[in-house]
Design a protein around this ligand. Structure first.
Ligand code: ARG
Ligand code: ZN
Length: 881
């Protein structure tokens, strides 16, 4: 690797932004492709924009020749240092020619041009976002340089029968010596991070699509021969995404061909390269035998996400990387809306809010916290975070809520119209949305610049004499890393008031003539504000932040009975779940404090038992309701963080729930859900599988012996992966030893199926308790384990370190030391992956003292090393602070 941290680490600041000194009108690239060595010739048409030399980024490139306007430059006529090629010239325009060599097979960082799979059978591909293009050729590698691309690929025909680049095909042919060529022209100016090529032996499935505005588009999904039959669901999802974007936003696809490629070697989820999306196979391949229902939904969502980027990201791109959420937050929001439309909206909202709480809230509360639009970075790859993506989406959701559906559509039309073909900023986005609606959205800008999760507290006071209910809302954002002063933000609070029988009241705010709807949104735009509701006959139960109308933590001292009313009666599935989560939090507190007769615990188990027996509750919603916040979220309810005690308390509350529902009822429900013999993907079948799993796990808490027999039978008879993996997990969680035969069976059954094996590794890495480390270490010896494959590293190391709190946070610190050692090894191959796994250390400071000391020693040791990548060094430096 080239970027070790002994090279000077510079901090890039938003405040220092300057427009490019030279633009690139056109770039012609010619690739002579080879696995060990690829040569890239580039012709750049440059136009001066400022009185400065030409500066081109280039890293790890072997410069073979350099010319300007047809004349070869001699050494001394340019400067090449610290990854920048500088050429001083007088002209207003010029043509720069470079020829470089790169070495794909040696590129284990998977940034730039690299080899996926084995030398003899794998294929070549590129990943350029954020700054990978500079690993391919010399170029002003920044998103505000938009250029038209002509790309010619040349390669041996037998080894590389398929040659792909973004844009429209523009000819192909045969060359001497068994070689061939293909050319692509992209008519849409684009930033370098959207450039892509793919070359190798790939199969495809195709579909002819006609856009709403009449363009015939050839859709192709490419994958290696052994998995090409698992691409149909992705194609189906792609078609639905295209139709949805036409219908919902009036956005049509804009090239004659659209390629999607699957690779098993990818650092991230997927990449929206113009006309040539590249996917981690995990988010593209799906078949019932190797994919779970959740994975089908992920494929649908990620296919949509990358497709939607064609407008939110590609046609309108980002001015600089600080604006990353401009495309990512917006695209996640679009993707979430699509999934909500395709499936169940309340369930989708539950999934998204649960993810925000599990991934983004902890990030925002620890040393890695940063605003949705950071103000500085030293390694941009470390900012593809839950904050930029998930919180960024919540901010767009608030804006959309503020404008209403029609207003938001008008605003989006204005944004796309005004900024088409440009590199825009978050201000541009807010201004376009506001202008189209004659409103000023700039107060929301504060959300983009302020890190930390705001605490929203609510206090209600009922005045019987005046028949009034006064709701006082307050906000406060705790200090975060490097940002101590916080300001008040506009917080939209959607609310309803329920009477004690669970009926929603029509709402009339003080000063209004007549009562209106039973739900409305008030905005808290200062530290504190009171809202007075008139004509209230009895003390109501407020339902606040409905639909999770703002990404905040609600602090409201509900008594358990009030939450139980909401949990039983709220007509909205999401709000019902949310009331259940709040109540579960209180029930957890009871268990944690050893208060097994606590009123919250009783209210929670009673309300859920009632819902369990209510045949009107949807299976999938019931499964969600039966799932309290996870061990990672519950950390927030602890002063001293001891993962073992959190797990014990959480298991205790679940056992109470199982007892209250009763073994008989659980067994009967399981039997009723059992009958399935196919792995049909319709929503009711998926819902049944999900509920079945929850019911079996609850049953296992009180009848482990019988549950084991049921799980064993379910494993053997499972028609698809969802049931099979669930049963295996239940068996292994009950007793990993006793599950050995089933674990071995799965391993053998799926030998050679990388994505199924990833789940096999992850399932075991997630088994709780102090034995987990030994189990993970044993798995490292499995033939199929390899540090050079990011999915494998994530499935074993990542799952263990980031999602198995009792396993990773062993009191003796052994898992910390083990991870540190592995991080160094991964880092020498793939810095981006190492940095991501290292975020597992994010919360160490708030652990109880024994674990904190152990973690501190390891983090400090690692952070002091000088031989690590910039990616990993940046994470460690911030975590260690
Ligand atoms: N833009 C991609 C997406 O759709 C993510 C690419 C991230 N790449 C990286 N090197 N950090 O979300
Ligand atoms: Zn994205």
């Amino acid at each position: 690797m080239s970027d070790r941290s002994d090279a000077p680490t510079s901090v890039i600041r938003l405040a220092d932004y300057r427009p490019p000194a030279w633009s690139v009108e056109h770039v012609a690239l010619e690739f002579d492709l080879g696995i060990d060595r690829t040569e890239v010739a580039a012709t750049l048409e440059l136009v001066r924009q400022a009185d400065e030399p030409i500066r081109l980024n280039g890293e790890g490139l072997e410069l073979l020749s350099l010319g300007v306007d047809g004349r070869t430059l001699a050494e001394g006529e340019y400067i090449l240092a610290d990854g920048v090629l500088e050429i001083a010239i007088d002209a207003e325009r010029c043509t720069v020619n470079t020829r470089v060599a790169v070495h794909p097979a040696e590129n284990t960082a998977f940034e730039g041009l690299y080899l996926s799979g084995s030398r003899d059978r794998g294929f070549l591909l590129t990943q350029c976002e954020a700054e990978g293009f500079r690993h391919i050729t010399f170029f002003p590698d920044r998103p505000d340089v938009l250029s038209r691309y002509t790309v010619t690929l040349r390669a041996d025909h037998d080894r590389f029968p398929v040659l792909l680049a973004g844009g429209n095909p523009d000819g192909e042919g045969v060359l001497a010596d068994g070689r061939h060529w293909a050319r692509f022209v992209d008519p849409h100016p684009k930033p370098s991070y959207l450039f892509a090529v793919v070359a190798g032996r790939l199969e495809r499935i195709s579909h002819d699509y006609t856009t709403a505005d009449g363009r015939a588009v050839a859709l192709h999904i490419w994958a290696e021969a052994d998995v090409i039959d698992r691409c149909d669901y992705a194609m189906d999802s792609l078609i639905r995404s295209m139709q949805w974007d036409e219908r919902t936003y009036g956005r049509n696809y804009d090239l004659d061909v659209f390629h999607v490629v699957a690779t098993h070697d990818f650092n991230m989820g997927a990449m929206e390269n113009k006309g040539l999306n590249i996917f981690n196979a995990k988010y593209l391949l799906a078949d019932p035998d190797s994919s779970t229902d959740d994975e089908y939904r992920h494929v649908e969502a990620v296919v949509a996400h990358e497709y939607f980027h064609n407008w939110s990201g590609n046609r309108v791109t980002c001015r600089d990387w600080f604006q990353l959420s401009l495309k990512e937050g917006l695209t996640v929001f679009r993707e979430q809306s699509f999934s909500a439309d395709m499936n169940s909206a309340p369930l989708k909202r539950i999934e998204d809010v649960a993810l925000l709480r599990r991934a983004q809230f902890p990030e925002d509360a620890g040393p890695l916290s940063h605003p949705v639009r950071p103000s500085q970075y030293s390694e941009i790859n470390n900012f593809y975070t839950a904050t930029v993506y998930e919180k960024g989406s919540e901010l767009v959701r608030m804006l959309a809520g503020h404008l209403g559906q029609e207003g938001f559509r008008k605003g989006m039309d204005r944004y796309f119209e005004r900024h088409d073909g440009q590199a825009a900023t978050i201000e541009d986005f807010l201004t376009a949305l506001g202008d189209a609606n004659g409103t000023d959205l700039s107060p929301y800008l504060a959300w983009y610049g302020q890190a930390g999760t705001p605490r929203l507290s609510a206090e209600g006071r009922f005045d019987a004499a005046q028949r009034r209910y006064r709701l006082t809302l307050r906000q406060r954002t705790p200090a975060t890393a490097g940002q101590t002063a916080k300001q008040a933000l506009p917080i939209p609070v959607r609310l309803s008031l329920f009477d004690q029988s669970g009926k929603a009241l029509p709402l009339r705010l003080e000063g209004e003539a007549a009562a209106g709807a039973t739900e409305r949104t008030v905005v808290l735009d200062s530290a504190e504000r009171g809202f007075v509701f008139e004509d209230v006959d009895a003390s109501p139960v407020p339902s606040l932040l409905r639909g999770f109308s703002a990404p905040v933590i609600l602090e409201c001292d509900y008594v358990p009975g009030e939450l139980a009313i909401l949990l039983r009666h709220d007509p909205d599935g999401f709000n019902r779940w949310e009331a259940g989560q709040q109540l579960a939090g209180l029930a957890y507190d009871d268990c944690r404090d050893g208060n097994v007769e606590g009123s919250a615990l009783r209210a929670w188990t009673e309300a859920l038992t009632h819902l369990f027996n209510d045949k009107g509750v949807d299976d999938a919603l019931l499964a969600e309701l039966l799932t309290p916040p996870g061990e990672i979220e519950l950390v927030e309810r602890q002063a001293e963080r001891d993962p073992d005690r959190i797990r014990i308390a959480r298991q205790a509350m679940l056992r109470k729930l199982a007892q209250r529902i009763g073994a008989e009822a659980l067994r009967a429900r399981y039997a009723g859900l059992r009958s399935e013999t196919t792995a049909a993907l319709d929503a009711p079948s998926q819902a049944r599988r999900q509920l079945k799993r929850r019911v079996l796990d609850l049953y296992a808490l009180i009848q482990p012996g019988e549950a084991r027999e049921l799980a064993r039978a379910q494993y053997e008879q499972a028609p698809g992966m969802t049931d099979r993996l669930a049963a295996l997990t239940t068996l292994a969680t009950l007793d990993a030893h006793a599950a050995e035969a089933a674990i071995a069976h799965f391993r053998q059954r799926y030998d050679g199926n990388a994505l199924a094996l990833d789940k096999w590794f992850a399932m075991q890495a997630l088994l709780p308790g102090a034995d987990a480390l030994a189990r993970v270490q044993a798995l490292e010896d499995d033939q199929a384990f390899m540090l050079k494959n990011p999915n494998r590293v994530q499935s074993l190391l990542g799952s263990f370190a980031r999602a198995n709190p009792t396993g990773f946070h062993r009191a003796d610190g052994a898992a910390y030391r083990w991870l540190a050692d592995r991080l160094v090894a991964v880092d020498s191959l793939n810095p981006q992956v190492a940095a991501r796994v290292a975020t597992a250390f994010n919360g160490w400071k708030r652990l109880e003292p024994v674990r904190r000391e152990a973690a501190h020693a390891v983090v400090a040791e690692l952070a002091s090393r000088k031989d690590l990548s910039r990616d990993l060094t940046d994470i460690l430096a911030r975590v260690a602070l």
